[in-house]
Design a protein around this ligand. Structure first.
Ligand code: NI
Ligand code: MN
Length: 226
């Protein structure tokens, strides 16, 4: 699959021709100013929680591309009030089969409110089985023992984990999380966007390597293949 990094926790994945956009936050991200939203097409938009730094551009893509929003029930209800009818409401522990794979919504320890103050339900992560790869998108979360459940149920090939600290796990917690979910391959997210979550990239990669983990920090706008 192809993974394009659009900054913060926003990734565009292409899986067997289907384009899945995670946590779109481009317009208000000064680090992503080179990203042209017009050129991005999404078939599905997966939202981990309601905070603006994860949802800011979801309405734009849902309307421009007629994309389907996949999120917790409360967030889907909020998008329905914005005349977005293509939604897949889920809740923690639930699974749904979509054209690109099976998506399970899993626990995240965080908070969630929509940009206008509407209750956003619980924050969440996703485990996705595509048939070729199985991966975990953690969303914004603390380290939690619930991650061990993921290793009991899945063979995780790689994981998108927050590493910036203060608002989420930092790298040390993410390395422990990687042990608990049973993967050595990490893609970092939720770092550098704000002054309080800036990290030293090379130091982070070296720290991960010493822990036996491969940490990939994709430059914004670039694509990797996994
Ligand atoms: Ni958040
Ligand atoms: Mn966030």
């Amino acid at each position: 699959m192809e993974i394009k990094y659009l900054g913060h926790s926003c990734f565009l994945l292409t899986i067997n021709g289907t384009r899945i956009l995670f946590d779109p936050f481009i317009s208000y991200n000064s680090l992503a100013s080179q990203i042209n939203k017009e050129e991005i097409r999404a078939d599905y938009i997966l939202l981990s929680h309601g905070h603006q730094d994860h949802t800011a551009d979801a309405e734009y893509f849902a309307k421009k591309n007629n994309a389907t929003v996949v999120a917790i029930f409360e967030i889907c209800e909020w998008y329905k009030t914005k005349e977005i009818e293509n939604v897949v409401p889920m809740n923690i522990g639930g699974k749904v089969k979509l054209p690109f794979g099976t998506v399970r919504m899993v626990t995240a320890i965080h908070s969630s409110v929509l940009p206008d103050g509407t209750y956003g339900g619980n924050p969440a992560g996703f485990v996705i089985e595509t048939g070729e790869k199985t991966f975990y998108f953690a969303g914004d979360t603390a380290l939690t023992y619930d991650m061990k459940i993921i290793a009991e149920q899945y063979q995780i090939d790689f994981a998108f984990l927050p590493i910036g600290g203060q608002l989420t796990m930092d790298l040390d917690d993410a390395l422990l999380a990687a042990n608990w979910i049973g993967t050595n391959r990490l893609i970092g997210m939720h770092y550098d966007t704000f002054p309080t979550i800036q990290i030293d990239h090379q130091a982070a990669i070296d720290t991960a390597q010493k822990a036996g983990k491969e940490l990939t920090l994709i430059p914004i706008g670039e694509t990797i293949n996994i």
